[in-house]
Design a protein around this ligand. Structure first.
Ligand SMILES: Nc1nc2c(c(=O)[nH]1)N[C@H]1C(S)=C(S)[C@@H](COP(=O)(O)OP(=O)(O)OC[C@H]3O[C@@H](n4cnc5c(=O)[nH]c(N)nc54)[C@H](O)[C@@H]3O)O[C@H]1N2
Ligand SMILES: Nc1nc2c(c(=O)[nH]1)N[C@H]1C(S)=C(S)[C@@H](COP(=O)(O)OP(=O)(O)OC[C@H]3O[C@@H](n4cnc5c(=O)[nH]c(N)nc54)[C@H](O)[C@@H]3O)O[C@H]1N2
Ligand code: SF4
Ligand SMILES: [Mo]
Length: 733
């Protein structure tokens, strides 16, 4: 039997055909009739059956035993116990002692984020964290400091030029912000665009799969994007290639920006970034000289030192070139099930939201879009204070590997009185947890694409029913939060209404509620097996309202100017650490998801990729064990030669490694977050640490770490091991 559905491991939502025997998924294939993905799938999507049914899948929730292991527990019982302990902590210390960490997979079941936030709002805590603040929160900050133009950006579909910096969509299917063209079936979409004349500029220290297709590939030393974008702006403004009309109507601070980049000549960029000055000038002219097209960025820009100003300057490229839809142009909104706001040729001014409201006692940081920076989470747990986080719920995430500085992150998670992880396997974080709630996986639950629609290149919606029955012991992610709220005696406000917490609703009811304000009815979407391409609204970008006509985008507010100054100063020399570790995604994984599926990743570890010349210079052979050191820590790894990597660069994926520092990297890979720091060069405001362009050195490994199996809990600190009898919520801070 084969049924159509869509994959829910990443935002691309590729259409698939799932072959089943009624109970189990046998095969996942691309759906050629899917209007967006047209048959494309990636290796991990095709192996989803093994993710769901393989040996690592949790088929029952788990509870920590007195001897330090885990034992299966009925979900209802686990929820009742968690509720009781949370209520105890809230009674004694207030709601801010409870935190929620929202991981990547939290976002791919539509009801999860809605219900988790409903529970969290009802709780009244302000300790909300997500991966966004160890990812691309620079984008939130740009909007908060520059403001937003609400007519919408130009699209990839009719662009003449596109600049991709620090992103490799051919592997990550990440679209940068604002346009999802490269998300679905990225290779075919890029080829089609290039065939119709699109010119591509890529800024990446690696000659990535995407860079190999570029008209201009700038291959800079990592960590200097702010300077590089400033150099492009220098050329554009010097040669008056900017959009004067747009700037005159919508922009504040152009003279200040011009002055600030005046000294950033192509020669300066060439010296610092090691890109030919002529290439930089060509890129600036190509970008600004084209009629339409944008600059979009990914983790390579947003995780670097000076990431906030780098992202801000990338946005300035779009603003000074006026790459937005003007009054009277057809509107291009992509909201379908979530509805769509009127596109208006006006500016929503900078709101600088973090300046108001709650502040963390750690560093005085405010909330950005309602969240605290995730790099503060370990200190929020470890540092004493009245609102110290004592209990943490992790939803679809693996923070012990994902957070910078694994040692501190691990120490913090172990310091909690209560750690609950909602995960489909015993992830490294789950191994530290008191309770692990086992949820359904993708083809076991009904869903629709509401939350992902802004990533799609065109307005599109799809619904899928559940295709196979879940293992008996699991519940849907949203049910955990619903039942927890109910057991804690909380109110639950979901999609604008108060839910009756005494009656468990059906998923379909909730899916309907979420889509209530959609442009089209969910029932119409339910009829279309391959999803529904809706078409853009038949409206044009509206005129600015009179009271908004004077609102402007701020190109260079004082704090951005100060950050630019700092970025232009020579960075401190990192003596003894001549290489730079940079981020990299693997086709076969989403972060740490997929590494346990036998034969899915090419190796059972994440190689430490170096240019072959560096390997030779360092006397390291392909496949040899190495030790990587940074100013913050060290990790053992396995070196591989890779000519696509710029000499001087170490390119490695995250999401690997173990909670055992002595584990063999050949068996479980190496966590690059043993090399990063939570606060070194952390950005002001969003406290984003440096996670790419990290100074490192690589040497042949002195000795092989002993190889040994890693049983679940052998590495927990003594306080959480055998015979623990102190009720955890009374343990001293
Ligand atoms: N297959 C797969 N897809 C994924 C994921 C995955 O793990 N696997 N993860 C998902 C997630 S959570 C995210 S956030 C997105 C991320 O999506 P992307 O941001 O596209 O991630 P990467 O593919 O790692 O691309 C980052 C690029 O930045 C380059 N880079 C590193 N340092 C610098 C620098 O200093 N300057 C510049 N200009 N470039 C630099 C790297 O060489 C790399 O090619 O991908 C998502 N999609
Ligand atoms: N050094 C360094 N560190 C990084 C990065 C980097 O590039 N370099 N990247 C950062 C980025 S961009 C991100 S987004 C983070 C990723 O950080 P996280 O999102 O915390 O890590 P993941 O590995 O994606 O964790 C997802 C978890 O969800 C589980 N899961 C799978 N399906 C389901 C499901 O249906 N329901 C539930 N409840 N769980 C499910 C998986 O088993 C997995 O354990 O890492 C960050 N850390
Ligand atoms: S790119 Fe891969 S993981 Fe993402 S939706 Fe498509 S098949 Fe699934
Ligand atoms: Mo991410």
């Amino acid at each position: 039997m084969r049924k159509t559905s869509y994959c829910r491991l990443c935002p691309a939502c590729c259409g698939v055909g799932v072959e089943m025997d009624g109970e189990r998924v046998l095969r996942v294939l691309g759906d050629r009739e899917h209007p967006l993905s047209q048959g494309f799938t990636c290796p991990k999507g095709r192996r989803a059956g093994e993710l769901m049914q393989g040996p690592g899948r949790l088929t029952a929730s788990q509870r920590r035993t007195p001897t330090g292991g885990h034992e299966p527990v009925d979900a209802a019982r686990a929820i009742a116990e968690v509720a009781e302990r949370l209520n105890g902590i809230v009674r004694e210390h207030g709601p801010d002692a409870v935190g929620l960490f929202m991981g990547t997979q939290h976002n791919f079941a539509t009801l999860t984020p809605f219900m988790a936030r409903a529970w969290f709002r009802g709780l009244g805590s302000r300790k909300l964290f997500s991966t966004m603040t160890i990812d691309q929160s620079a984008k939130w900050l740009v909007a908060a400091r520059m403001g937003q133009y609400t007519g919408g950006p130009q699209s990839f579909g009719d662009a003449d030029v596109w600049l991709l910096a620090g992103t490799n969509p051919l592997v990550s299917v990440n679209g940068g912000d604002g346009d999802g063209a490269l998300v679905t079936s990225p290779s075919a979409n890029l080829k089609a665009a290039r065939d119709r004349g699109l010119r591509l500029i890529v800024v990446d220290p690696r000659r990535t799969e995407t860079a190999a297709r570029a008209d201009i590939h700038l291959q800079p030393r990592p960590g200097h994007d702010a300077l590089l974008f400033a150099g492009m702006l220098h050329v554009i403004l010097r040669e008056e290639l900017h959009d004067r009309d747009f700037c005159a109507r919508y922009v504040d601070g152009l003279p200040e920006l011009r002055a600030a980049v005046a000294k950033v000549t192509p020669d300066l960029v060439a010296r610092t970034c090691d890109v030919p000055a002529d290439d930089l000038i060509r890129a600036a002219r190509l970008f600004a000289g084209a009629g339409r097209g944008m600059a979009t960025t990914g983790t390579g820009v947003c995780m670097g030192p000076h990431s906030n100003v780098a992202e801000h300057l990338a946005a300035c490229l779009n603003v000074v070139c006026g790459r937005f839809l003007r009054e009277g142009e057809p509107a291009r909104g992509r909201g379908v099930l979530m509805g769509e706001r009127t596109a208006r040729a006006e500016v929503l001014p900078a709101d600088r939201d973090w300046e108001n409201g709650f502040r963390s006692r750690v560093g005085g940081h405010g909330l950005i879009r309602g969240e605290l920076p995730s790099a503060l989470l370990p200190d929020e747990i470890l540092r004493s204070g009245p609102d110290r986080i004592r209990a943490l719920v992790v939803s679809g995430g693996n923070p012990v590997l994902a957070l910078p500085d694994q040692d501190t992150a691990q120490r913090a998670l172990n310091h909690l009185e209560l750690l609950v992880s909602i995960d489909t396997r015993m992830s490294q974080t789950a191994q530290l947890a008191d309770y692990v709630i086992a949820p359904t996986m993708l083809y076991e639950r009904a869903d629709h694409t509401a939350l992902m629609e802004t990533f799609f290149p065109q307005p599109f919606a799809q619904y899928t029913p559940a295709l196979v029955p879940p293992p008996q012991g699991v519940i849907e992610d949203w049910q955990f939060f619903f039942r927890l709220a109910s057991a804690m005696g909380q109110k639950l406000r979901f999609a604008g209404r108060d839910l009756d917490t005494s009656r468990l609703p059906a998923s379909e009811e909730l899916l309907d509620m979420v889509a209530e304000r959609g442009r089209i009815s969910l029932n119409d979407v339910r009829q279309e097996r391959h999803g529904l391409l809706v078409g853009h609204p038949a409206t044009t970008v509206a005129a600015p309202r009179p009271d908004r006509a004077g609102h402007r985008l701020s190109l260079l507010p004082p704090d951005v100017e100060a950050e630019l100054e700092a970025a232009l100063e020579n960075d401190a020399a990192n003596e003894g650490f001549p290489l730079r570790l940079v981020v990299r995604r693997m086709r076969e994984l989403v972060n740490s998801l997929g590494r346990d599926v036998a034969g899915l990743p090419p190796h059972p570890y994440n190689p430490a990729f170096l240019h072959p010349e560096d390997m030779e210079r360092l006397g390291i052979e392909d496949g040899a064990p190495v030790t990587v050191r940074s100013p913050h820590g060290s990790v053992d790894a396995v070196a591989h030669g890779d000519a696509s990597v710029r000499p001087g660069v170490l390119s490695m994926s995250h999401g690997w490694g173990s909670i055992d520092p002595a584990a063999d990297p050949r068996e479980c890979g190496s966590n690059v977050n043993r090399l990063t720091s939570l606060d070194h060069a952390a950005q002001p405001i969003n406290h984003m640490p440096t996670m790419t362009a990290v100074p490192v050195t690589v040497v042949p490994a002195e000795r092989r770490p002993p190889s040994r199996p890693h049983p679940d809990d052998a590495f927990l600190p003594a306080t959480r091991r055998a015979g623990e009898t102190t009720p955890p919520h009374t343990r001293p801070a």
